[in-house]
Design a protein around this ligand. Structure first.
Ligand code: ATP
Length: 458
């Protein structure tokens, strides 16, 4: 199997999109494949390949989301890999030709990279260090030199323009087939090129109807709370809409049921979207900027809404709670944020109270964790309040420092604050940002597999 990995072809201002480049490379491979190629298909159905004929030389196209915190990304930090039975030299020439003509290299921040490998169809034939590289590209920060060294070691063909930073994503896309075990699907539908940059014509009602029919096999198609068609991008590029889900047939059916302007082409991608593979286990003390974590902690401050509608709350580590209680070092703290675009999720964060025990997930930037989802593990259900007088039922007053409380009118007193039940708007379990604020790589709760009850947004 020939694996054609590439990345970094698009520009924020000029449009383009690496998935579109992939469809063009795949199309040419289908047209120009050298006749001696053997069957590439490893899946038993064209529904999982995006191909149409039994002899399709394209086995699948991977759309791999890498570390969302990488500063060089244009938007969603996507890298692509085409699995094909085409001759590697021919595949390399065709891919280079497409990248040279389609990549927006006039933008100095576009630095395309191409890597072509020749392996067996078995994912385990991809070298372990290439798989490790993919895993690190999703969770960490890498240098182009590291990619180049690995390509040389394994005799991979490479091409690049500009700084060639794109070779990081290209190699990671190749390694991902071995590194990752969980895959989802996206059916991407493209616009006719003369319409690029103009307003998209997609029938709002038909998107909502198709999304309803496909749910929960397809997800993040719309945001019902915001009445937004999340699957339709706002950027100037070639994508008309993209339908994501767990089942390749379901994403295609949902895509087919949407009424829109004329469609140029449609391609299925196998992807790590919606899998949370960017999250690593960690501790509040050790969490570093530019990485995404799953962390345990206890709410340490009342949630605060700041200018712009962003909500902040501090967490204190629960890792060494016993030591801290025994008078040891104070536990490390971390500020968590639900920014304005996360919309109704902010109400969930505002509902937190000091003492709640949580698992929080998100990327750390400037020392703050940008919340993607959190699990309530333990809710505080009582609070300590100034006692009320048993006779007149009015609130007592402080009797002086360390002297408890008393009612001046009735002469009653209490030694300390009273414990009363606290009404809570949250339950134990997982809460998430709504579809309109979802990161490509983040798992929607509806996909399941979580370790507590879920409260999905749709
Ligand atoms: P789009 O989503 O519109 O396709 P993008 O967000 O994928 O664009 P790119 O244009 O591909 O962004 O730019 C990302 C760049 O960062 C690529 O050159 C890629 O090789 C590089 N890169 C990806 N992951 C890492 C990483 N973990 N460390 C360092 N560089 C990385």
């Amino acid at each position: 199997m020939t694996v054609v990995g590439f990345d970094d072809t698009d520009s924020r201002e000029r449009g383009m999109c690496t998935t579109y480049v992939a469809t063009q490379v795949a199309e040419r491979l289908r047209r120009e494949r050298a006749p001696e190629g053997s069957a590439a298909r490893t899946d038993d159905s064209s529904a999982t390949t995006g191909g149409s004929a039994a002899t399709d030389p394209i086995a699948r196209i991977l759309l791999v989301r890498l570390n969302p915190a990488v500063e060089y990304k244009t938007r969603g930090n996507a890298a692509l890999a085409i699995h094909t039975d085409c001759d590697p030299d021919q595949a390399f020439d065709i891919a280079r030709d497409c990248l040279e003509s389609l990549a927006e290299t006039d933008d100095e921040r576009t630095n395309p990279g191409l890597v072509v490998a020749d392996h067996d169809a078995d994912p385990n034939s991809i070298p372990e260090d290439v798989a490790t590289f993919a895993q690190r590209a999703i969770r960490d920060h890498l240098e182009p030199a590291d990619a180049v060294a690995r390509c040389q070691r394994h005799g991979y063909r490479t091409w690049h323009a500009g700084t060639g930073r794109g070779r990081i994503g290209a190699l990671a896309a190749i390694g991902s087939w071995r590194a990752l075990s969980e895959w989802t699907y996206e059916q991407i539908v493209y616009r006719q090129s003369d319409r690029w940059g103009t307003d998209r014509e997609v029938d709002h009602e038909s998107v909502f109807a198709a999304a309803e029919d496909g749910y929960p096999d397809v997800w993040d198609t719309v945001d019902r709370g915001e009445d937004e068609t999340v699957c339709v991008p706002h950027t100037p590029g070639p994508i008309l809409y993209g339908i994501r889900g767990d089942d390749p047939r379901a994403v295609r059916t949902t895509a087919d049921h949407i009424e829109s302007e004329p469609v140029a082409e449609s391609q299925l991608f196998v992807t790590n979207q919606g899998t949370d593979v960017h999250l690593q286990a960690g501790s509040i003390a050790a969490a570093r900027d530019g990485r995404s974590y799953r962390l345990e902690g206890r709410v340490a401050t009342e949630p605060e809404t700041r200018r712009g509608g962003h909500v902040f709350v501090d967490l204190v580590s629960t890792d060494d709670e016993t030591a801290a209680e025994a008078g040891g070092e104070p536990s490390p703290r971390l500020t968590c944020a639900a920014f304005e675009p996360t919309k109704r999720f902010r109400d969930r964060v505002r509902a937190l109270r000091v003492g709640d025990r949580l698992t929080v997930c998100g990327e750390i930037a400037d020392g703050t964790l940008k919340l993607e989802k959190f699990a309530v593990r333990e809710l505080v259900t009582t609070e300590r309040v100034t006692p009320t007088c048993p006779d007149c039922e009015r609130r007592m007053e402080s009797a002086g420092r360390d002297q408890g409380y008393r009612c001046r009118d009735c002469g009653t007193s209490a030694a300390e604050k009273a414990t009363v039940p606290l009404e809570r708007d949250l339950e134990v379990g997982w809460y998430e940002v709504p579809p309109c604020a979802r990161r490509h790589i983040a798992t929607p709760l509806i996909r399941g597999g979580f370790d507590a009850p879920i409260h999905p947004e749709r």
